[in-house]
Structures are given as structure tokens and as C-alpha cells.
Design a protein around this ligand. Structure first.
Ligand SMILES: Nc1ncnc2c1ncn2[C@@H]1O[C@H](COP(=O)(O)OP(=O)(O)O)[C@@H](O)[C@H]1O
Ligand SMILES: [Mg+2]
Length: 378
């Protein structure tokens, strides 16, 4: 079980139904894998999802996210491994008995049924009485802001409204775990951001465990207690958004989450890391015998650009160079500098209307503090 740090605790425990510590796993996967003929969709994987947490499976297309969800839901059986729900083995339990709700990217609504009947469906399957159905459907539609839409058919709704119906149909029978597979993938950017806020609020109000899938790293960072970053059918790194951003374990994570400057380096005799000819830097946590190779990361927003004259802070690394390109993207300006010793380094800064001296060809100095350098596994 993951140790909960003090600064995580408020996030993780904010749901009303979350028990006091210790927190039992809502779902635990042990050695779960899935192969289709010669295709390995998921390599043997261990994963523990805590009760009440918002866990996101993030990763490029084909990395195994949907496969993992389908295994948890019981839509497909694993090739190896066991799945525990509340510490009970459910590996062979039929999907309907698992109490796991699912929201799909393509909504998967029944087109000939009204909004009310779509949302009522899981309750009818469970043979609930009509009065209960009416009350629960009304409450679910209220939660997703769709009261008054009961009699419409899906085709009379926008994409965002259809997905709200999908969410209402999922929460209506109070599943113990709610899973969403790229639920906002078909919506435009503004609506997606609005719905992200609403899904987060729903998570907080319900206190239910959420397992959410997206390939959009900003969405994952914005919504999750923890992110499980997947690559090629396995877990690349599991951690809080903060951990993945500031302490990525390898090149894949550093490049997938945010932007990064990566410097292949070599340990020198003095315990420093040589990242270019005639340039070595002190890197906290860098260790190894002389000559050993490592990879150093520096986030672009940690790089400062100054003119060629004047003092810089004591602990700074300083490199001179020439501006290669400068791009304005609204709130952020990205500047790439080619240093005299041949490195190409990107800096990101808040945009200003007039920022003199950053045109291509300008001579500048780059500085950053040693504490912003991170050692990665290669
Ligand atoms: N039913 C299937 N038959 C064969 N290969 C599959 C099947 N489902 C998934 N795969 C393969 O498994 C890998 C992971 O797929 P998937 O879990 O859908 O990825 P993601 O959801 O991350 O895009 C892909 O290479 C995919 O082609
Ligand atoms: Mg998928």
C-alpha cells in the first residue's frame, strides 16, 4: 500500500466516504497480463488503487490502458494474474457482479431510448421498483445538470450532453468503482476543460474510487490524485502529478509529461557531470564511477535568460549562446538557444508585450540553479 504523505492527505481523503487510515485497496492487480495471440497488450502488472482515489491511466495510443480497464471490469479475462476487490479474488467474477461502472468515449447510449430510459437501464436490469428508479434517475440527472432533458433522445443532444447522460447512467446505481475510458476525447477543448472540472467535483461529492483513462497529459495532471503512466503494455511510472513532473524516472516519462531539456552526461573525477565539451555541472543526487554515463533533465521554465553582462546568482550554471528561435504561444514564450559548446536548450517564460533582445541571432546567457537538474535512469 502506498504511504500517504502529509501533502497528499487532504487530496486523497477529501471524499466523504473515505475511511480513516489505513486505506484498503479498492482494486489490487497482481501479475495481471493479457496477450492476444502474439500481441502482448499488457505485460505482467501489479497495481493497487486506493479507496476514494482518483487514479488516471495515461499513455500513448496502444499502451494498454483500455486493456487494463477491461480486465478490471471483467469484460475480458487475464492471461495471467489475479484481481482483488476489497481483498477478495474477483478474477473470474462476471462483470455485473463487480459493482464497477463504466463511461465510454463514444457514450454508448441506446439511440431509440429517451434520456430517462437510458439512465434507468442499469436499475431496470437490477429489477429495482419504479418509485426507486424515478428517484434515482432524477437525482443522477440533477448531478450532471440534465434535469428537464428526460424525454429527449440522444440524437437531440450535443456531444457534451450525451456524455453527461453516459455519466448519469454510470452513477445511478452507485457502483463502488467508476471507470471512464477517454470520456472527453470527442469534445472540443473548452468543453473538455469544463467537463474536467465537473467530473472532479463529482468525484469529490461521491467519494467513490475513480479510474480514469486519457492520453492527454494536461487532463491527467489536472484531475488526478495519482497518475499511472503506461508505455508499451506496462507501467512506466506511478505517482502523483507532482512526482511525475519533477522526478520522472526515465526519458520516456520526462518527454511524455511536459517539456524537457535532456543532456546525456558523463561523471567526471570531481563528482560533477560533464554535459558538453568544457562544461561540467554539479548535479544533486548524481553518483557513479568516473566515466559512467547518465541522463540529466532540466525543465525549460527553470532556465533563465539574461543579457551578456552583469552578475548571476551564486549557485547558477551559466552558458553563453545565441537565440535560435523564439515562439510566442500566448501566456508562454519559448526560446531556444544554441550554446557556444553546442547544446540546444529551450527556456520557457511568461510572455511580456515587449521583451527586447530575444530575436533570433541575439547573444544571451542562460542560467539555472544546480538544484533544478534531475538525474534520470536512461
Ligand atoms: N482484442 C484484441 N485483439 C488483438 N489485439 C488487441 C486487442 N485489444 C487490444 N489489442 C492490442 O493491445 C495493445 C493495447 O491496446 P489498448 O489497451 O486498446 O491500448 P490503449 O487503450 O492504451 O490505446 C494494442 O497494441 C492493441 O492493438
Ligand atoms: Mg484505449
Amino acid at each position: 500500500m502506498k504511504e500517504i504523505r502529509a501533502d497528499d492527505r487532504t487530496q486523497v481523503l477529501s471524499g466523504p466516504q473515505v475511511p480513516a487510515s489505513p486505506i484498503a485497496a479498492a482494486i489490487a492487480l497482481k501479475g495481471i497480463s493479457k496477450t492476444y495471440g502474439s500481441v502482448t497488450a499488457l505485460r505482467p502488472t501489479d497495481l493497487s488503487v486506493e479507496k476514494g482515489e482518483f487514479l488516471t491511466l495515461l499513455g500513448p495510443s496502444g499502451s494498454g490502458k483500455t486493456t487494463l480497464l477491461n480486465l478490471i471490469a471483467g469484460a475480458t479475462g487475464p492471461t495471467t494474474g489475479v484481481i482483488l476487490q476489497d481483498e477478495r479474488d474477483i478474477t473470474r467474477k462476471p462483470p455485473r457482479e463487480r459493482g464497477i461502472g463504466m463511461v465510454f468515449q463514444n457514450y454508448a447510449l441506446m439511440p431509440h431510448m429517451t434520456v430517462f430510459e437510458n439512465v434507468a437501464y442499469p436499475l431496470r436490469v437490477r429489477r429495482q421498483p419504479a418509485t426507486t428508479i424515478r428517484a434515482k434517475v432524477t437525482e443522477a440527472l440533477e448531478r450532471v445538470g440534465l434535469r428537464g432533458f428526460e424525454d429527449r433522445k440522444p440524437r437531440q443532444l450535443s456531444g457534451g450532453q450525451q456524455q453527461r447522460v453516459g455519466i448519469a447512467r454510470c452513477i445511478v446505481y452507485s457502483p463502488a468503482i467508476i471507470m471512464m475510458d477517454e470520456p472527453l476525447g470527442a469534445l472540443d477543448k473548452n468543453l473538455r476543460e469544463q467537463m474536467q472540472g465537473e467530473i472532479k467535483r463529482l468525484h469529490k461529492d461521491l467519494g467513490t474510487t475513480f479510474i480514469y483513462v486519457t492520453h492527454d497529459q494536461e487532463e491527467a495532471m489536472n484531475m488526478s490524485d495519482r497518475i499511472c503512466l503506461m508505455n508499451m503494455g506496462g507501467i512506466a511510472q506511478l505517482g502523483t502529478p507532482d512526482e511525475l513532473y519533477f522526478q520522472p524516472c526515465n526519458r520516456f516519462v520526462a518527454e511524455f509529461i511536459g517539456e524537457s531539456n535532456l543532456f546525456p552526461g558523463r561523471m567526471t573525477s570531481g563528482g560533477r557531470v560533464q554535459i558538453a565539451e568544457n562544461h561540467s555541472v554539479a548535479v544533486p543526487g548524481a553518483a557513479g564511477i568516473e566515466g559512467s554515463e547518465l541522463l540529466i533533465m532540466l525543465r525549460p521554465e527553470k532556465v533563465r535568460i539574461t543579457g551578456t553582462e552583469g552578475p548571476v546568482a551564486d549557485d547558477s550554471n551559466v552558458l553563453s549562446g545565441e537565440v535560435e528561435s523564439c515562439s510566442f504561444t500566448g501566456s508562454i514564450t519559448r526560446v531556444t538557444v544554441k550554446t557556444e559548446n553546442g547544446l540546444s536548450i529551450t527556456a520557457k517564460m511568461m510572455s511580456e508585450r515587449i521583451r527586447s533582445g530575444l530575436a533570433p541571432g541575439a547573444r544571451v546567457r542562460l542560467c539555472w540553479s544546480s538544484s533544478d537538474l534531475v538525474v534520470l535512469d536512461k
